[in-house]
Design a protein around this ligand. Structure first.
Ligand SMILES: [Zn+2]
Ligand SMILES: [Zn+2]
Length: 385
């Protein structure tokens, strides 16, 4: 006859013995839930982020009560994971109701549930008392599962995350400059770019927490965005070029030495220069053909030839090769007074002077008023009034 060496009960009564212990003493001597009574954690008072496995992450919820529970539960779960007995190889988190129902488990497996018993979250540190319960099997001869409960108090304190420390300290890593070629940015462009940048930053910030805009400076010639990360500035510059066309360049400025590493610290300026041309501009190419700009984008230009009103698309390379550039011109309005097979007679709507032009290869009717473009001495039909 064998007896439990701890309590002396016979194997017949309290067995089968495991490692010389009766069933009850085996469970007592081999607890699975080794978590301490206190867990400390913190969240950023500025952005609500908290550390998950050592990395600052944005919360799922920004509603304060939900946020505090999210942070507390994350800390509790991380602590739990690190403090199971070494006999546990695998665990699963379930609801207290589900845990209640579980009667058997494979060796090495634990199930854990937790629920808040009490909490004070009106001010910091927020305090939440959880009841944690675990069922587990650590030996195949166990008749009953380990079933352990513990009260764990989680303290959630406030701090400022490293990102927000930098942000609040006025930190920026790069300047994104948005300009237009040979002219200041227009009001509409400023608005459209501002909106695009905002959307893009929201997208970037989901992955790059340093992608913030520290400051936006309106300059006469364009916009400067002070950015928390260079990669964010580059991504936004690309998005602007995709939408508006243009070129991107970078420059580096030595701003000092890092006191800790004594390495030189550079600041990057990312410049995106959008094209000179805008929709509605009158341009000419190297052969003297006159066009109205119908569309400008990242790929190139769509131009309406004012000779025949046909549209053509030029990529930026071709536009450069063809020396497309804005051309000095005047505008007027004129009414068609007569149409002959070869000519059109028009009357200027301001001076009432009349003049003749070759009949264009599109339909014009008497009585219609046209917007006209004058380049040098030549006149073109731009469109119907
Ligand atoms: Zn015993
Ligand atoms: Zn923060």
């Amino acid at each position: 006859m064998r007896f439990c060496y701890r309590c002396g009960i016979s194997e017949e009564e309290g067995g089968p013995l495991i490692e010389g212990l009766c069933q009850v003493c085996y469970r007592k001597e081999n607890p699975v839930l080794l978590i301490g009574e206190e867990v400390n954690t913190e969240l950023c008072q500025n952005c609500g982020s908290y550390k998950k496995r050592g990395v600052w992450v944005d919360p799922k919820s920004y509603e304060l009560e939900e946020l505090i529970f999210e942070v507390a539960e994350n800390a509790l779960l991380e602590e739990l994971e690190d403090s199971f007995s070494e006999k546990i190889r695998e665990y699963e988190v379930v609801s207290p109701e589900e845990l209640e129902e579980i009667e058997d488990l494979p060796v090495g497996m634990a199930v854990v549930s937790f629920e808040p018993l009490d909490f004070h979250i009106e001010h910091f540190p927020a305090i939440i008392v959880y009841e944690v319960r675990v069922k587990a099997r650590t030996h195949e001869l166990q008749r009953e599962l380990h079933d352990e409960r513990k009260r764990v108090t989680v303290y959630v304190r406030q701090t400022v995350c490293p990102r927000c420390q930098k942000f609040l300290g006025g930190y920026f890593e790069a300047i994104l400059q948005v300009r237009a070629e040979g002219r200041p940015l227009s009001e509409e462009e400023r608005k459209a770019i501002g909106k695009l940048v905002e959307e893009k930053v929201d997208e970037i910030m989901r992955k790059d927490r340093m992608g913030f805009i520290q400051d936006t400076i309106e300059k006469e010639e364009g916009l400067d965005f002070y950015m928390g990360s260079t990669s964010s500035a580059r991504k936004i510059a690309q998005a602007i070029r995709e939408r508006f066309g243009g070129t991107i360049s970078e420059a580096y400025e030595l701003v000092g030495l890092d006191r800790q590493t004594s390495r030189e610290v550079y600041r990057t300026s990312v410049s995106v220069r959008i094209p000179k041309f805008r929709k509605g501009d009158i341009v000419a190419d190297r052969r003297g053909n006159v066009y109205e700009v119908e569309r400008v984008d990242g790929k190139g230009l769509t131009l309406k030839n004012l000779e025949n009103w046909e549209s053509e698309h030029l990529d930026w390379k071709t536009a450069k090769r063809e020396k497309v550039d804005t051309v000095e011109h005047e505008e007027s309005e004129a009414m068609v007074t007569s149409v002959t097979p070869g000519e059109v007679q028009l009357m200027d709507m301001e001076s009432y002077e009349t003049y003749e032009l070759n009949r264009p290869p599109f339909e014009v009717r008497e009585g219609e008023v046209y917007r006209m473009v004058h380049v040098g001495r030549r006149k073109y039909f731009r469109g119907k009034k």
